[in-house]
Design a protein around this ligand. Structure first.
Ligand code: SF4
Length: 153
């Protein structure tokens, strides 16, 4: 089971196009000024199976471009196998995968489990939110230290 704190059927502000958004429970980064502090607790939210989550997304598949994994922190070792299954299910329907992480891409790359997940993600927005570097003009990210990495283009 995965633990999620929230789910949007569709959003146009969490990546390109219309996207379902999954907010995973648990975040170790605890950034000052975080917009989702209710997701920090790893036991918060509701447990949900991969099959249920797949169905929740696929009922939107006629009008969404993809799915955004957010949080919280999606990169958690306890979640990796189920996330890989979820992404494989969604990719069969030509949905693109965007993912937010408080970790830097370079740090994710050195963890073999996280690397497997990176291989399935189309776009990664990486790095912690740094309140002092907040810029409202940035697209898809909150602070200028974060970057939007197109991994499959
Ligand atoms: S990584 Fe994201 S969810 Fe976690 S504390 Fe930072 S801004 Fe909040």
């Amino acid at each position: 089971m995965l633990n999620i704190s929230g789910f949007y059927d569709s959003s146009c502000t969490n990546g390109e196009g219309w996207r379902s958004v999954i907010f995973f429970s648990g975040c170790p980064h605890k950034c000052k000024g975080c917009h989702n502090p209710e997701t920090w607790d790893f036991s918060s939210g509701e447990p949900i199976s991969v099959d249920e989550l797949t169905s929740m997304v696929l009922k939107n598949s006629s009008y969404i471009d993809g799915v955004t994994l957010s949080g919280g922190e999606p990169f958690q070792e306890r979640n990796i196998d189920e996330l890989l299954t979820l992404i494989n299910n969604l990719k069969k329907h030509n949905l693109t995968i965007w993912c937010y992480s408080g970790y830097k891409y370079e740090d994710l790359l050195i963890n073999p489990m996280f690397r497997k997940l990176l291989d399935k993600i189309d776009v990664l927005i990486d790095g912690p939110y740094i309140e002092e570097l907040f810029d409202p003009n940035l697209k898809f990210r909150g602070s200028s230290n974060q970057s939007v990495k197109y991994l499959t283009k």
